[in-house]
Design a protein around this ligand. Structure first.
Ligand SMILES: Nc1nc2c(c(=O)[nH]1)N[C@H]1C(S)=C(S)[C@@H](COP(=O)(O)OP(=O)(O)OC[C@H]3O[C@@H](n4cnc5c(=O)[nH]c(N)nc54)[C@H](O)[C@@H]3O)O[C@H]1N2
Ligand SMILES: Nc1nc2c(c(=O)[nH]1)N[C@H]1C(S)=C(S)[C@@H](COP(=O)(O)OP(=O)(O)OC[C@H]3O[C@@H](n4cnc5c(=O)[nH]c(N)nc54)[C@H](O)[C@@H]3O)O[C@H]1N2
Ligand code: SF4
Ligand SMILES: [Mo]
Length: 895
């Protein structure tokens, strides 16, 4: 049977068709009718069916390390919470939620905490993600209201991507941008990012600015708009307030192009080009994401962007507007229910008594929280101080994703009561739980999510929950009942919760709040089941939803006018200095999702970037003695991060880029948050995760090895990183010092002496296999170079019951007959590797299209196309001036 549902990864919110057979999702494809993706899926979405099922799942509740029944686990949660509330008051209890919960889960959690337990210490990982945007929109528009629609991409004439690597992080939207550019060659694309990324591939203009200096550019744009008489003075007069102050501030901080060029490290000509395009292009879309938000002045940056759109009246119309690309599948839904500690519910906050009173009456709440709670960083500080005694963490992994990750770990380790609702069996945070509650996840749970363009879509439960896994909303409601609030939490279905949420959005609204889905508050269970993707608001005025907000020039501020904000740009707080000379930039890679708890299980998603890395500029590599491919350590007063150095020119000298994904489950010390200080934006509380600082040193390892094992092992000290394969687990190991006796090493760490071995000291090569009943149990390959046989082939050998002589010989030989050449997978959809692509280029392919025709790479989701193009350029540069002979080409592709 084929069912419609929604992808649980990024905020693009693609519609998915899932084919269910024998209680399993056997295939997924894009939903051709879904307006977010029209049938396309990126590689993460395409691999969804590979990450479902009971393997590696948390399957039973656990209390104090022991398996427990749900009944007793829920009794423990309620009993221990009650005890703490009675002893220390409701303020001693907190919840830490996630933009990956469904709206229904989120609504129930928020209601329990803010209305019934009476604590507003409910925050969410959206604090680390979108909170500066929320604050910026609220300041400008009087509500957290993102005005645009994906279809604006189709008609835009200038797209400015600021702090967004959409090619990797919003791939399907990026494909839409690429298609728009193809259809309209006049469309200009500007990428503002200190780093060159896959997104830069689409750029007509790349501004590799000094980290954190974005607001200066937008202040400059504002003052230049005025200087060149390109303001929409009618719009400013009719629909806005605060323009004069904003202009004065912009002029003061960005007096002219020359001074801004100096402060942002950009060329005057580059800025002049941007100004020229911005001044002269009505249909301008500014798309921004974490390069703007994750900053100690993120809110101001958001407003600096919005100022330019207000000054030109460029919002509320097709093809234009300040467009925040949300990260998580339901970041938007969390904002709608009020999941942040400074929100109350349904876009009401604690600022007005009338709102608090309104929500209290709607919920019939006995213990209404009356003021804002702690934002994420403050919340974990309060846990560390012992002020908060109990925290319930749901669908997020804070000991990896929060700044000062090591301190967060210590704080949780000493917290009196840590409850973790999680779907996977092993996560860094789950290890610290007193009570673990197994949650259903994608494919099993039902509810709604809202994507970046305010479009509400259904996720549908298609599979039976494995083991004892239960829906998060159910677990919260059960705890609420045990705390004595049965009547208010008597939910049987997500539809019931959704109707209540929709009703609250319309409750005494009368046009005062932009978030209004009261048009959905009466839908029947059947209509909820069939709900088609729809953009809010959905109410009497917009029964079919609405693509765009503010078309009428009316805003939700007290005056009904949009507000300009006077912005004085501030540099990042974490500035490199003599002892911590490098600026650290952190972010995402194409095939992994956050802390890898799910995407880290799909072997094919770990082949593009199988290891944590440090991207460093050649000049810095030379300065600090770092060699490409060697293990290096970044460190500062907060912690350390150890990974493989990748010397490349994408980032500016003095800056390094590290991925945010690796946790202790996948590598020894590669948590980026360990290096990031808890510096936050004063308005939004969002941490400055994009600008850390550290020192670097080469670890000068004595050996490097790959280890494949059937069963898990206790790892030696030193560097390690793990890739789960189908039949075994693969590790890369490395350490300082030399091992004299590898046989003894195998006995110590792998539990048995090698049965097959090749010890070629001269070549620096040692290969050994441990067998059990003719089956491969482990294999260790210590090599000086990286000329290993293909991992897939090695993995297959673990599936065999009987290793014949020929295979044993091949295992020890340098190359294996059945093995593909090694090399990173560039196209994950079709598993096309770099050596094959290079070979095709050397054989004559000159475009990504030709490569696609020959190898299929880039023909599904397209997110590897920028890399295909980069390889073509790279090969062109590497090619000798004369024509290569066939033999030379063949030589070049021998691996
Ligand atoms: N593959 C994949 N996709 C994802 C996710 C994932 O984990 N994996 N996560 C999702 C989530 S939750 C989110 S929030 C989004 C995030 O999506 P993005 O915001 O696109 O992701 P990041 O890689 O964190 O950061 C974007 C860029 O900001 C740049 N940057 C750093 N400092 C500055 C600066 O000072 N100014 C400017 N202009 N740019 C700067 C970085 O170099 C980086 O290229 O992605 C979503 N999509
Ligand atoms: N240094 C640095 N740090 C960052 C960032 C950065 O760019 N740099 N980005 C920040 C951003 S934007 C974000 S969004 C965060 C993300 O950081 P996290 O939210 O910590 O990351 P996830 O790995 O998505 O964590 C989600 C957890 O929920 C579990 N889960 C999945 N589905 C369900 C479910 O239905 N129910 C329950 N109960 N559990 C479920 C998953 O297995 C996983 O353990 O990281 C932030 N931290
Ligand atoms: S772009 Fe990829 S990860 Fe994002 S929703 Fe679509 S399929 Fe999922
Ligand atoms: Mo995010």
């Amino acid at each position: 049977m084929i069912n419609n549902t929604t992808c649980p990864y990024c905020g693009v919110g693609c519609g998915v068709k899932a084919e269910v057979r024998d209680r399993d999702i056997i295939a997924v494809s894009g939903d051709a009718e879904h307006p977010a993706n029209f049938g396309r899926l990126c590689v993460k979405g395409s691999a969804l069916h590979e990450t479902t099922g009971a393997k590696d799942r948390l399957l039973t509740p656990r209390v104090d390390g022991q398996d427990a029944s749900w009944d007793s686990a829920l009794d423990s949660v309620a009993g221990r919470l009650q005890q703490i509330i009675e002893r220390d008051g409701p303020g001693a209890v907190a919840m830490y939620l996630s933009g990956q919960l469904l709206t229904e889960d989120y609504y129930v959690a928020n209601k329990l905490m803010k209305g019934f337990i009476g604590s507003s210490h409910v925050d969410t990982n959206s604090r680390l993600c979108m909170s500066s945007t929320v604050a910026g929109y609220k300041r400008a528009f009087g509500g957290d209201l993102m005005p645009c629609s994906y279809e604006d991409i189709d008609s835009a004439e200038l797209m400015i991507l600021v702090g967004s690597n959409a090619a990797w992080n919003h791939p399907i939207l990026f494909q839409r941008m690429a298609a728009a550019k193809k259809a309209n060659p006049a469309l200009r694309v500007v990428v503002i990012d200190p780093r060159r990324t896959a997104t830069s591939d689409l750029a007509d203009l790349q501004l590799s600015l000094k980290p954190g200096s974005d607001a200066l550019i937008f202040d400059l744009l504002l003052s230049e708009l005025e200087r060149r008489s390109r303001l929409d003075t009618d719009y400013i007069a009719a629909h806005t307030e605060g323009f004069d102050d904003a202009l004065a501030a912009a002029r003061a901080s960005a007096p002219d192009i020359a001074s801004v060029a100096l402060a942002t490290d950009l060329a005057e000509a580059e800025l002049a080009q941007l100004i020229d395009w911005f001044c002269n292009t009505e249909k301008t879309l500014t798309l921004f994401s974490q390069g703007i938000n994750q900053s100690s002045s993120g809110t101001d940056k958001v407003n600096a962007i919005i100022n330019c759109h207000l000054a030109t009246g460029r919002l509320g119309k097709p093809g234009m507007g300040p467009f925040s690309l949300t990260g998580q599948p339901n970041a938007m839904g969390g904002r709608e229910v009020g999941g942040l500690a400074n929100q109350l519910a349904a876009h009401m906050d604690f600022a007005s008594e009338a709102n608090i009173d309104r929500v209290q009456r709607f919920w019939q709440a006995p213990n209404m929280a009356r003021q804002e709670g702690y934002k994420a960083v403050d919340l974990f500080d309060a846990i560390e101080r012992g002020e908060i005694k109990a925290v319930w963490i749901m669908a997020t992994n804070p000991v990896v994703s929060l700044p000062e990750a090591d301190r967060v770990r210590r704080a949780l380790a000493q917290c009196e009561l840590v409850i973790v609702s999680e779907c996977m069996a092993q996560t860094d945070t789950l290890e610290l739980a007193h009570i673990a509650l197994p949650a259903t996840t994608w494919g099993e749970k039902s509810g709604t999510v809202t994507n970046s363009e305010r479009r509400i879509s259904r996720q549908r439960g298609l599979l039976a929950a494995p083991g004892e896994a239960r829906n998060d909303w159910w677990a919260i409601a059960e705890v609420a009942k045990r705390l004595g609030y049965a009547a208010a939490f008597d939910y049987c279905t997500p539809a019931q919760i959704f109707r209540e949420h929709a009703a609250l959005s319309g409750f005494e609204n009368q046009g005062s709040r932009g978030f209004d889905i009261s048009g959905l508050s009466q839908i029947s269970d059947a209509e909820y089941d069939q709900l088609q993707p729809i953009q809010w608001p959905v109410n009497a005025t917009n029964p079919e939803g609405s693509e765009r907000l503010f078309s009428d020039g009316k805003f939700f501020t007290p005056s009904g006018r949009a507000r300009f904000l006077a912005i004085t740009p501030r540099p990042p707080v974490q500035q490199p200095n003599a002892s911590l000379p490098l600026q650290i930039n952190t972010g995402r890679i194409r095939d992994q999702w956050h802390t890898m708890t799910r995407t880290g299980r799909a072997a094919r998603l770990l082949q593009h970037r199988p290891e944590p890395f440090i991207e460093i500029h050649p000049l810095d590599a030379e300065r600090f003695g770092i060699r490409d491919g060697e293990i290096a350590e970044l460190s500062n007063e907060l912690g350390r991060y150890v990974a493989r150095a990748s010397v490349c020119e994408q980032q500016r000298p003095g800056e390094v880029f590290i991925p945010m994904h690796w946790s202790r489950q996948f590598s020894g010390s590669a948590i980026s948050g360990s290096l990031i200080a808890s510096v936050v934006d004063p308005v939004s509380g969002q941490p400055e995760a994009k600008q850390g600082r550290a020192a670097i040193r080469a670890l000068n390892t004595g050996w490097q090895a790959r280890l494949l094992v059937r069963n898990s092992i206790a790892l030696p000290t030193g560097y390690w990183t793990r890739v789960p394969l189908e039949h075994c687990t693969s590790y890369r190991l490395s350490d300082t010092g030399l091992v004299d006796n590898w046989d003894a090493w195998c006995r110590q760490y792998l539990g048995s002496a090698p049965e097959l071995r090749l010890d070629d000291r001269h070549e620096g090569r040692y290969r050994a296999c441990g067998l059990e009943n003719d089956r491969l149990n482990w294999m260790l390959l210590v090599e000086r170079d990286n000329s290993l046989p293909d991992l897939d082939w090695l993995d297959q050998q673990f599936a065999l019951d009987n290793l014949d002589i020929e295979l044993r010989r091949q295992l020890l030989a340098a190359t294996a007959a059945g093995a593909q050449p090694c090399g990173a997978v560039v196209c994950s959809c079709f598993q096309v590797r770099e050596p094959n692509i290079r070979a095709a280029i050397q054989a004559g392919a000159t475009s990504a299209e030709q490569l696609g025709e020959q190898l299929k790479c880039g023909t599904n989701c397209g997110s590897c196309i920028p890399e295909l193009k980069a390889l073509i350029t790279d090969e062109k540069c590497a090619a000798p001036a004369t024509e290569q002979t066939t033999a030379e080409v063949e030589n070049a592709v021998e691996y």
